[in-house]
Design a protein around this ligand. Structure first.
Ligand SMILES: [Zn+2]
Length: 390
Protein backbone atom coordinates (compact mmCIF):
# COMPACT_ATOMS: atom_id res chain seq x y z
CA UNK A 1 0.00 0.00 0.00
CA UNK A 2 1.58 3.31 -1.07
CA UNK A 3 2.31 6.04 1.48
CA UNK A 4 -0.35 8.68 1.89
CA UNK A 5 0.84 11.85 0.13
CA UNK A 6 -0.34 15.47 -0.19
CA UNK A 7 0.24 17.72 -3.19
CA UNK A 8 -0.07 21.37 -2.16
CA UNK A 9 -1.29 23.43 -5.09
CA UNK A 10 -3.55 26.19 -6.38
CA UNK A 11 -3.22 28.43 -9.43
CA UNK A 12 -2.97 31.40 -7.01
CA UNK A 13 0.64 30.37 -6.44
CA UNK A 14 1.33 31.78 -9.93
CA UNK A 15 0.68 35.24 -8.48
CA UNK A 16 4.25 35.16 -7.19
CA UNK A 17 5.39 36.85 -10.39
CA UNK A 18 7.94 39.66 -10.77
CA UNK A 19 7.40 40.59 -14.44
CA UNK A 20 7.08 39.07 -17.92
CA UNK A 21 10.82 38.69 -18.53
CA UNK A 22 12.05 37.63 -15.09
CA UNK A 23 13.77 34.18 -15.07
CA UNK A 24 11.83 33.12 -11.94
CA UNK A 25 8.59 31.98 -13.54
CA UNK A 26 5.99 30.00 -11.59
CA UNK A 27 4.30 29.03 -14.85
CA UNK A 28 6.54 25.98 -14.40
CA UNK A 29 4.10 24.82 -11.70
CA UNK A 30 1.28 24.72 -14.23
CA UNK A 31 3.46 22.80 -16.71
CA UNK A 32 4.37 20.26 -14.02
CA UNK A 33 0.81 19.78 -12.77
CA UNK A 34 -0.41 19.37 -16.35
CA UNK A 35 2.27 16.74 -17.02
CA UNK A 36 1.24 14.80 -13.90
CA UNK A 37 -2.41 15.03 -14.90
CA UNK A 38 -1.68 13.80 -18.40
CA UNK A 39 -0.30 10.57 -16.93
CA UNK A 40 -3.05 10.36 -14.28
CA UNK A 41 -0.50 10.60 -11.49
CA UNK A 42 -2.39 13.22 -9.48
CA UNK A 43 -5.56 12.17 -7.72
CA UNK A 44 -7.76 15.21 -6.91
CA UNK A 45 -8.09 13.85 -3.36
CA UNK A 46 -4.36 14.28 -2.91
CA UNK A 47 -4.44 17.98 -3.81
CA UNK A 48 -4.56 20.34 -0.84
CA UNK A 49 -4.98 24.08 -1.26
CA UNK A 50 -2.26 26.25 0.29
CA UNK A 51 -3.35 28.58 3.09
CA UNK A 52 -2.06 32.10 3.76
CA UNK A 53 0.72 32.38 6.32
CA UNK A 54 -0.19 34.73 9.17
CA UNK A 55 2.03 37.66 10.11
CA UNK A 56 2.75 35.94 13.37
CA UNK A 57 4.11 32.98 11.41
CA UNK A 58 6.14 35.18 9.02
CA UNK A 59 7.73 36.95 11.97
CA UNK A 60 8.90 33.64 13.39
CA UNK A 61 11.84 34.42 11.08
CA UNK A 62 11.36 37.85 9.44
CA UNK A 63 11.59 41.23 11.16
CA UNK A 64 8.17 42.90 11.53
CA UNK A 65 9.63 46.04 9.90
CA UNK A 66 10.61 43.98 6.86
CA UNK A 67 7.10 42.50 6.57
CA UNK A 68 5.70 46.04 6.79
CA UNK A 69 8.09 47.12 4.03
CA UNK A 70 7.02 44.26 1.75
CA UNK A 71 3.38 45.18 2.31
CA UNK A 72 4.01 48.82 1.46
CA UNK A 73 6.09 47.89 -1.57
CA UNK A 74 3.24 45.77 -2.92
CA UNK A 75 0.94 48.78 -2.58
CA UNK A 76 3.45 51.09 -4.29
CA UNK A 77 3.98 53.02 -1.04
CA UNK A 78 7.62 52.16 -0.24
CA UNK A 79 10.16 54.86 -1.18
CA UNK A 80 12.93 53.63 -3.52
CA UNK A 81 15.83 54.22 -1.12
CA UNK A 82 14.04 52.36 1.69
CA UNK A 83 13.18 49.51 -0.67
CA UNK A 84 16.84 48.96 -1.46
CA UNK A 85 17.62 48.62 2.25
CA UNK A 86 15.25 45.69 2.28
CA UNK A 87 16.61 44.19 -0.94
CA UNK A 88 13.44 45.13 -2.79
CA UNK A 89 13.19 46.85 -6.15
CA UNK A 90 16.46 45.38 -7.35
CA UNK A 91 16.99 43.68 -10.72
CA UNK A 92 16.89 40.31 -8.95
CA UNK A 93 13.91 41.04 -6.76
CA UNK A 94 11.76 43.74 -8.39
CA UNK A 95 8.67 45.05 -6.67
CA UNK A 96 5.31 43.77 -7.91
CA UNK A 97 1.73 44.46 -6.88
CA UNK A 98 0.45 42.50 -3.86
CA UNK A 99 3.83 40.88 -3.33
CA UNK A 100 3.13 40.45 0.41
CA UNK A 101 -0.04 38.44 -0.27
CA UNK A 102 1.59 36.33 -3.00
CA UNK A 103 4.60 35.63 -0.78
CA UNK A 104 2.42 34.84 2.25
CA UNK A 105 0.52 32.27 0.22
CA UNK A 106 3.80 30.70 -0.87
CA UNK A 107 4.91 30.42 2.78
CA UNK A 108 1.44 29.21 3.76
CA UNK A 109 1.74 26.45 1.18
CA UNK A 110 4.85 25.11 2.87
CA UNK A 111 3.20 25.39 6.30
CA UNK A 112 0.23 23.47 4.89
CA UNK A 113 2.66 20.72 3.83
CA UNK A 114 4.19 20.74 7.32
CA UNK A 115 0.82 20.32 9.04
CA UNK A 116 -0.20 17.53 6.64
CA UNK A 117 2.89 15.53 7.64
CA UNK A 118 3.46 16.51 11.26
CA UNK A 119 -0.16 15.80 12.25
CA UNK A 120 0.21 12.36 10.66
CA UNK A 121 -2.51 13.03 8.09
CA UNK A 122 -0.05 12.03 5.39
CA UNK A 123 3.53 10.77 5.42
CA UNK A 124 4.86 12.88 2.54
CA UNK A 125 3.87 16.32 1.26
CA UNK A 126 5.06 18.25 -1.79
CA UNK A 127 4.78 22.02 -2.23
CA UNK A 128 6.47 22.97 -5.50
CA UNK A 129 5.55 26.63 -5.05
CA UNK A 130 8.00 26.89 -2.15
CA UNK A 131 11.77 26.59 -1.76
CA UNK A 132 12.71 30.30 -1.72
CA UNK A 133 15.88 29.70 0.24
CA UNK A 134 17.70 33.07 -0.18
CA UNK A 135 15.27 35.13 1.92
CA UNK A 136 16.91 36.75 4.99
CA UNK A 137 15.50 37.95 8.31
CA UNK A 138 15.22 41.54 7.14
CA UNK A 139 16.06 41.43 3.46
CA UNK A 140 14.93 39.94 0.17
CA UNK A 141 17.57 38.29 -2.00
CA UNK A 142 17.90 36.21 -5.17
CA UNK A 143 14.22 36.25 -6.21
CA UNK A 144 13.23 35.31 -2.62
CA UNK A 145 11.09 37.63 -0.48
CA UNK A 146 9.92 35.45 2.45
CA UNK A 147 11.89 32.30 3.23
CA UNK A 148 9.27 29.57 3.46
CA UNK A 149 11.72 26.84 4.52
CA UNK A 150 13.14 28.92 7.39
CA UNK A 151 9.63 29.86 8.57
CA UNK A 152 8.53 26.21 8.24
CA UNK A 153 11.49 24.89 10.26
CA UNK A 154 10.86 27.39 13.08
CA UNK A 155 7.18 26.48 12.96
CA UNK A 156 8.00 22.73 13.19
CA UNK A 157 10.22 23.44 16.20
CA UNK A 158 7.63 25.54 18.03
CA UNK A 159 4.49 23.57 17.19
CA UNK A 160 5.83 20.02 16.94
CA UNK A 161 9.11 20.18 18.88
CA UNK A 162 10.92 18.15 16.21
CA UNK A 163 14.53 18.08 15.02
CA UNK A 164 14.77 18.96 11.33
CA UNK A 165 17.24 17.90 8.67
CA UNK A 166 17.16 20.41 5.79
CA UNK A 167 18.67 19.18 2.51
CA UNK A 168 19.12 21.69 -0.33
CA UNK A 169 20.09 20.43 -3.81
CA UNK A 170 19.54 23.72 -5.64
CA UNK A 171 22.56 24.85 -7.69
CA UNK A 172 22.68 27.99 -5.49
CA UNK A 173 23.79 27.81 -1.87
CA UNK A 174 20.86 27.62 0.57
CA UNK A 175 22.23 30.64 2.43
CA UNK A 176 19.05 32.10 3.93
CA UNK A 177 18.11 28.84 5.67
CA UNK A 178 21.68 28.14 6.81
CA UNK A 179 22.11 31.51 8.49
CA UNK A 180 18.66 31.28 10.14
CA UNK A 181 19.75 28.19 12.10
CA UNK A 182 23.53 28.62 12.16
CA UNK A 183 23.68 28.44 15.97
CA UNK A 184 20.93 25.85 16.49
CA UNK A 185 21.96 22.22 17.17
CA UNK A 186 18.39 21.02 16.62
CA UNK A 187 18.42 21.95 12.93
CA UNK A 188 20.95 20.39 10.59
CA UNK A 189 21.42 22.00 7.17
CA UNK A 190 23.09 20.31 4.20
CA UNK A 191 23.53 22.21 0.94
CA UNK A 192 25.10 20.82 -2.24
CA UNK A 193 25.59 23.62 -4.76
CA UNK A 194 27.85 25.07 -7.39
CA UNK A 195 30.87 26.70 -5.78
CA UNK A 196 30.30 30.31 -4.78
CA UNK A 197 33.44 31.25 -6.68
CA UNK A 198 31.35 31.32 -9.84
CA UNK A 199 27.81 31.58 -8.63
CA UNK A 200 25.48 33.74 -6.49
CA UNK A 201 25.30 34.09 -3.51
CA UNK A 202 29.06 33.41 -3.19
CA UNK A 203 28.75 31.64 0.17
CA UNK A 204 28.44 27.94 1.02
CA UNK A 205 32.08 27.14 1.67
CA UNK A 206 33.06 23.91 3.46
CA UNK A 207 34.16 25.84 6.56
CA UNK A 208 30.68 27.26 7.19
CA UNK A 209 30.02 24.61 9.84
CA UNK A 210 27.82 26.56 12.25
CA UNK A 211 28.55 28.57 15.37
CA UNK A 212 28.21 28.26 19.11
CA UNK A 213 25.94 25.35 20.04
CA UNK A 214 25.20 24.97 16.35
CA UNK A 215 28.82 24.30 15.38
CA UNK A 216 29.00 21.01 13.45
CA UNK A 217 25.35 21.12 12.30
CA UNK A 218 25.87 23.00 9.04
CA UNK A 219 27.26 21.14 6.02
CA UNK A 220 28.24 22.56 2.63
CA UNK A 221 29.40 20.72 -0.50
CA UNK A 222 30.46 23.33 -3.10
CA UNK A 223 31.00 21.34 -6.30
CA UNK A 224 33.03 22.67 -9.19
CA UNK A 225 31.53 24.28 -12.30
CA UNK A 226 30.73 21.77 -15.07
CA UNK A 227 30.23 18.96 -12.52
CA UNK A 228 28.43 16.04 -14.17
CA UNK A 229 25.91 13.45 -12.90
CA UNK A 230 28.23 10.80 -11.47
CA UNK A 231 30.41 13.17 -9.49
CA UNK A 232 27.37 15.13 -8.28
CA UNK A 233 25.53 11.94 -7.22
CA UNK A 234 28.60 10.56 -5.46
CA UNK A 235 28.70 13.70 -3.32
CA UNK A 236 24.96 13.72 -2.70
CA UNK A 237 24.62 10.04 -1.78
CA UNK A 238 27.60 10.08 0.61
CA UNK A 239 26.68 13.38 2.19
CA UNK A 240 22.97 12.77 2.81
CA UNK A 241 23.61 9.26 4.21
CA UNK A 242 26.45 10.32 6.54
CA UNK A 243 24.70 13.49 7.71
CA UNK A 244 21.40 11.68 8.36
CA UNK A 245 23.21 8.95 10.30
CA UNK A 246 25.03 11.63 12.30
CA UNK A 247 21.93 13.76 13.03
CA UNK A 248 19.11 11.18 13.13
CA UNK A 249 16.34 13.69 12.32
CA UNK A 250 12.66 13.51 13.29
CA UNK A 251 11.63 14.97 9.93
CA UNK A 252 13.38 15.81 6.65
CA UNK A 253 12.68 18.94 4.60
CA UNK A 254 14.14 18.86 1.09
CA UNK A 255 14.55 21.86 -1.23
CA UNK A 256 14.55 20.70 -4.85
CA UNK A 257 15.77 23.57 -7.01
CA UNK A 258 16.10 22.14 -10.54
CA UNK A 259 18.82 24.52 -11.80
CA UNK A 260 21.82 22.18 -11.76
CA UNK A 261 20.82 20.88 -15.19
CA UNK A 262 23.09 21.45 -18.22
CA UNK A 263 20.29 23.44 -19.96
CA UNK A 264 19.91 25.93 -17.09
CA UNK A 265 21.13 29.33 -18.27
CA UNK A 266 21.68 30.82 -14.79
CA UNK A 267 24.19 28.22 -13.57
CA UNK A 268 27.28 26.32 -14.77
CA UNK A 269 26.70 22.71 -13.78
CA UNK A 270 26.29 19.83 -16.23
CA UNK A 271 23.71 17.57 -14.64
CA UNK A 272 20.92 15.75 -16.44
CA UNK A 273 17.59 14.17 -15.51
CA UNK A 274 19.61 11.35 -13.96
CA UNK A 275 20.20 13.31 -10.75
CA UNK A 276 16.56 14.41 -10.59
CA UNK A 277 15.49 10.76 -10.51
CA UNK A 278 17.98 9.91 -7.77
CA UNK A 279 17.52 12.96 -5.49
CA UNK A 280 13.94 12.13 -4.32
CA UNK A 281 14.67 8.39 -4.26
CA UNK A 282 17.34 8.78 -1.58
CA UNK A 283 15.40 11.45 0.34
CA UNK A 284 12.47 9.02 0.46
CA UNK A 285 14.70 6.23 1.75
CA UNK A 286 16.24 8.45 4.44
CA UNK A 287 12.79 9.66 5.54
CA UNK A 288 11.65 6.08 6.12
CA UNK A 289 14.95 5.05 7.71
CA UNK A 290 15.11 7.86 10.30
CA UNK A 291 11.84 9.82 10.42
CA UNK A 292 9.06 7.25 10.25
CA UNK A 293 8.55 8.49 6.69
CA UNK A 294 8.04 12.15 7.61
CA UNK A 295 9.16 13.98 4.47
CA UNK A 296 8.30 17.49 3.28
CA UNK A 297 9.57 18.57 -0.13
CA UNK A 298 9.53 22.01 -1.74
CA UNK A 299 10.58 23.44 -5.08
CA UNK A 300 13.23 26.14 -5.55
CA UNK A 301 15.27 27.37 -8.53
CA UNK A 302 14.92 26.06 -12.06
CA UNK A 303 15.06 28.47 -14.97
CA UNK A 304 14.53 26.20 -17.96
CA UNK A 305 10.85 25.92 -17.23
CA UNK A 306 10.10 23.96 -20.45
CA UNK A 307 12.80 21.29 -20.88
CA UNK A 308 13.91 20.74 -17.25
CA UNK A 309 11.60 21.73 -14.39
CA UNK A 310 8.39 19.83 -15.29
CA UNK A 311 10.21 16.49 -15.64
CA UNK A 312 12.52 17.09 -12.67
CA UNK A 313 9.66 18.02 -10.35
CA UNK A 314 7.33 15.33 -11.64
CA UNK A 315 9.97 12.80 -10.52
CA UNK A 316 9.57 13.97 -6.91
CA UNK A 317 5.86 13.25 -6.88
CA UNK A 318 6.30 9.96 -8.74
CA UNK A 319 8.82 8.87 -6.12
CA UNK A 320 6.66 10.01 -3.22
CA UNK A 321 3.68 8.08 -4.57
CA UNK A 322 5.84 5.17 -5.77
CA UNK A 323 4.43 5.55 -9.26
CA UNK A 324 6.75 3.94 -11.84
CA UNK A 325 4.95 5.42 -14.84
CA UNK A 326 7.75 7.89 -15.77
CA UNK A 327 10.00 6.11 -18.22
CA UNK A 328 10.31 6.30 -21.99
CA UNK A 329 8.22 8.80 -23.93
CA UNK A 330 6.54 11.84 -22.46
CA UNK A 331 2.81 12.07 -23.09
CA UNK A 332 2.26 13.20 -26.68
CA UNK A 333 -0.63 15.47 -25.75
CA UNK A 334 1.52 17.36 -23.21
CA UNK A 335 4.15 18.07 -25.86
CA UNK A 336 1.47 19.08 -28.37
CA UNK A 337 -0.18 21.40 -25.85
CA UNK A 338 2.92 23.27 -24.79
CA UNK A 339 5.25 23.13 -27.81
CA UNK A 340 3.11 25.93 -29.26
CA UNK A 341 4.11 28.22 -26.38
CA UNK A 342 7.62 26.99 -25.72
CA UNK A 343 10.56 29.02 -27.10
CA UNK A 344 12.61 25.80 -27.16
CA UNK A 345 12.05 22.32 -28.55
CA UNK A 346 10.47 20.26 -25.80
CA UNK A 347 12.06 16.91 -24.87
CA UNK A 348 10.20 13.78 -26.00
CA UNK A 349 11.51 11.49 -23.30
CA UNK A 350 11.59 11.48 -19.51
CA UNK A 351 15.35 11.02 -19.63
CA UNK A 352 17.97 13.05 -21.47
CA UNK A 353 19.96 11.57 -24.37
CA UNK A 354 23.48 10.36 -23.51
CA UNK A 355 24.99 12.93 -25.88
CA UNK A 356 23.08 15.90 -24.48
CA UNK A 357 26.36 17.85 -24.32
CA UNK A 358 29.89 17.37 -25.72
CA UNK A 359 32.42 15.61 -23.43
CA UNK A 360 33.93 17.90 -20.78
CA UNK A 361 37.75 17.89 -21.07
CA UNK A 362 38.41 18.60 -17.36
CA UNK A 363 36.09 15.79 -16.17
CA UNK A 364 38.78 13.85 -14.27
CA UNK A 365 40.12 16.98 -12.60
CA UNK A 366 36.62 18.13 -11.59
CA UNK A 367 35.75 14.69 -10.22
CA UNK A 368 38.98 14.62 -8.19
CA UNK A 369 38.34 18.11 -6.83
CA UNK A 370 34.80 17.20 -5.76
CA UNK A 371 36.07 14.08 -3.99
CA UNK A 372 38.44 16.20 -1.92
CA UNK A 373 35.67 18.71 -1.19
CA UNK A 374 33.38 15.93 0.01
CA UNK A 375 36.05 14.43 2.27
CA UNK A 376 36.77 17.79 3.85
CA UNK A 377 33.09 18.62 4.30
CA UNK A 378 32.29 15.32 6.02
CA UNK A 379 35.58 15.00 7.90
CA UNK A 380 34.17 16.02 11.33
CA UNK A 381 31.42 13.40 11.30
CA UNK A 382 33.51 10.64 9.65
CA UNK A 383 36.24 11.34 12.22
CA UNK A 384 33.58 11.34 14.96
CA UNK A 385 32.10 8.05 13.70
CA UNK A 386 35.60 6.51 13.51
CA UNK A 387 36.45 7.53 17.12
CA UNK A 388 33.05 6.22 18.27
CA UNK A 389 33.55 2.83 16.57
CA UNK A 390 36.99 2.40 18.17
ZN1 LIG B 1 19.05 28.19 -7.55
Amino acid sequence: MNDRCSFIYSEDLLNYRFNSHHPFNQFRLKLTVDLLNRINALDPNQIVKPRMATEEELTLIHDPSYVEAVKKAGQGLLPKEMAENYGLGTEDTPIFANMHEASSLMVGGTLTAVDEVMTGKTLHALHLGGGLHHGFRGKASGFCIYNDSSVAIKYIQQKYNARVLYVDTDAHHGDGVQWSFYDDPNVCTLSIHETGRYLFPGTGNINERGQGAGYGYSFNIPVDAFTEDDSWLHAYKNAIRDVAEFFKPDVILTQNGADSHYYDTLTHLSATMKIYREIPKLAHEIAHQYCGGKWIAVGGGGYDIWRVVPRAWAFIWMEMTENPNCFGSLPEDWIEQWQKESPVTLPREWDDPEDIYPPIPRKAEITEKNLITLEKALYPIRNHQKSESR
